[in-house]
Ligand binder design. Structure first.
Ligand code: ADP
Length: 283
């Protein structure tokens, strides 16, 4: 297995504050990784360093084996990027947006046209190639961004909150595309606030808070560590929760109590672990 992404003791300092603080982790080639954290945790800054938009203040950052500071061009050649803001040009057609990106990456004809057709078909926009982008729905624009990010055949794809603002159907459609790309061997790093998205898509999950990685593992590793069962106690507006190693143990504890008003037991999920770790609800 080769290492696709490597961060070693990375700091990013703004105004004397480490917004990314001694961050170290690595992803193997082919992994589907979800980076979570409350707002301000440092996720976007981490992605911006990985995609060469900002330089690390300290430490080593390598993407596809290339240093992000010394080998920017090689890094860019190996990555596809879909950032939060929809960055496609509304006044150009679907095809023109793809064409422009292809030229920027020096992809020559006839390969350029072949790849544009291939990726537009892949994201089901083949029949919209002559449409102006401003006439597309939000879901279509997002799929166009993905097709464009894939045009130069990158090995690693960065998706920063790719399904924000999409309706459930479009979100599912995007999940299928993301899963399929990962199935074809692409390494994918995704940030999102949707827990079910991470549970559905990701092999491994990293949780950041205050610039640090505070937890990392598969969902089942995290559930084993924090507890598979959860007791929820509601008193007025306040909700407390308590983890138990298993659902059975949580149920046994509940059964042993005399007063059970406002209490229930269920299986723990990623959001419970997130709240336990960061002390914050997702927004
Ligand atoms: P997240 O993506 O997890 O919400 P960010 O990486 O966007 O977090 O931000 C982490 C912290 O860094 C925040 O406190 C933010 O205000 C700060 N920050 C991000 N970019 C800059 C910048 N260019 N200049 C100063 N502070 C910044």
């Amino acid at each position: 297995m080769t290492v696709a992404i490597l961060l070693e003791n990375v700091d990013k300092t703004y105004n004397q504050v480490n917004v990314v603080d001694n961050l170290s982790f690595s992803l193997e080639s082919g992994e589907m990784f979800g980076l979570l954290g409350p707002n301000g945790a440092g996720k976007s800054t981490t992605i911006r360093m990985l995609i060469t938009l900002t330089k690390p203040t300290k430490g080593k950052v390598e993407v596809a084996g290339f240093d992000v500071t010394r080998n920017q061009a090689q890094v860019k050649q190996n990555i596809g990027v879909v950032l939060q803001q929809i960055s496609v040009d509304n006044d150009l057609t679907v095809w023109e947006n793809m064409e422009f990106h292809g030229r920027m990456h020096h992809i020559r004809e006839p390969e350029r046209g072949t790849l544009i057709t291939q990726w537009l078909d892949y994201v089901q926009l083949g029949d919209r190639q002559k449409s102006l982008v401003k006439t597309l729905s939000g879901g279509m624009k997002r799929r166009l961004q993905i097709a464009r990010a894939l045009l130069h055949q990158p090995k690693i794809l960065f998706l920063d909150e790719p399904t924000v603002g999409l309706d459930p159907q479009n979100r599912r459609r995007l999940w299928e595309i993301i899963k399929d790309l990962n199935g074809q061997g692409m390494t994918i790093l995704i940030t999102t606030h949707y827990m079910e998205e991470v549970e559905f898509l990701c092999d491994r999950i990293g949780i950041m808070d205050n610039g640090k990685l505070i937890e990392m593992g598969t969902l089942s590793q995290l559930r084993s560590k924090y507890g598979q069962g959860l007791l929820i106690k509601q008193q007025g507006d306040r909700i407390d929760s308590q983890f138990f190693p298993t659902l059975t143990e949580a149920n046994q504890f509940l059964d042993s109590l005399g007063e059970k008003t406002g209490m229930m037991v269920r299986e723990s999920n990623l959001e419970d672990i997130f709240v336990e770790l960061t002390g914050k609800q997702l927004d």
